[in-house]
Design a binder for this molecule. Structure first.
Ligand code: ADP
Length: 270
């Protein structure tokens, strides 16, 4: 990218000298471009379901003397409306977390409950595909953070694992306590992600396969939300994946103390 400067010239009263100020505009322009892209993307993403809704409404009107067609088209209208509502909800979450101040009062979050809630939330779509949800290692482990946001991050990962896996596979959530961090991994036996896409999947609206993502109700914002939530927690999200074999996403958070796992457990009892 070319570097650009905003140059301001101010005469220094009566001296015959001028003051020249050069301000680097490169970063400013980059941020502006990202913002413009985002707004363009949002407009596009919102127009798709709204356009579909309006077409479907017209079709229902034309088919008013065919109850079966009316039933079919109104069901599709409901699906489009719920997609639209998921997109709006994700946009609200993303704008909240992006603008959020650094956490002032993180609270102790019990990972056993967090994992159980996330698996519970996805049990319906998992059951529908015969996908087994299992968990391990979360008993007695806590981290410091915002429980609501961490729950959202974990649910997004489990939802993706279920969406991008074939029937009768397994999604495993496992918690591991390391020296300085706590890792929460979500491993699936799904379609995997091509190597060249791995870097970009955390970008807003980036999808490996847009048609497939939309068909599964994806908004394209799930992983961007996860990434921002982890940044907010001074943590990170990493991914390992192999096409056709599966993917593992790991949320890594700073460990709340520099003692052992049992110490964290003792703290909770106090
Ligand atoms: P979406 O709503 O499209 O799922 P995300 O931001 O959650 O949006 O994910 C971005 C893209 O990353 C998805 O469209 C999909 O192509 C890919 N992806 C995410 N999670 C997985 C997974 N567990 N297995 C395979 N592909 C995945």
């Amino acid at each position: 990218d070319a570097t650009s400067f905003a140059v301001r010239v101010a005469p220094l009263g009566g001296t015959g000298l001028v003051l020249v100020l050069a301000e680097d505009q490169t970063e400013h322009r980059r941020v502006e471009a990202v913002r413009r892209d985002f707004v363009a993307n949002i407009s596009h993403e919102l127009k798709t379901p709204v356009g579909a809704l309006s077409l479907l409404a017209e079709t229902v009107q034309d088919a008013s003397d065919d109850p079966e067609a009316v039933r079919r088209f109104t069901a599709r209208m409901r699906a489009e409306a719920s997609r639209l509502s998921a997109l709006i909800q994700d946009l609200i979450t993303l704008s909240r977390i992006q603008g959020a101040e650094p956490m002032t009062e993180p609270t102790r979050v019990d990972l056993e409950a967090l994992v159980a809630d996330a698996l519970d939330a996805l049990s319906m779509p998992a059951d529908a595909k015969g996908i087994e949800l299992v968990s391990s290692g979360s008993e007695g482990v806590t981290v410091l953070g915002d429980e609501g946001l961490l729950g959202t991050a974990l649910r997004n990962l489990v939802a993706n694992a279920v969406s991008y896996s074939p029937e009768n596979t397994r999604v495993a959530v496992s918690v591991e306590v390391g020296e300085t961090s706590v890792g929460i991994s979500v491993a699936d036996q799904g379609i995997g992600i091509p190597q060249q896409d791995l870097e970009r999947i955390f970008e807003r609206f980036y999808r490996v396969d847009a048609a497939r993502s939309r068909a599964t109700g994806g908004t394209g914002l799930g992983l961007a939300i996860v990434k921002h939530i982890m940044t907010h927690h001074r943590g990170e999200v990493t991914v390992w994946s192999q096409e056709g074999a599966g993917s593992t996403f790991t949320l890594r958070l700073p460990r709340p103390d520099n003692r052992g796992r049992d110490a964290a457990r003792d703290n909770d009892r106090q």
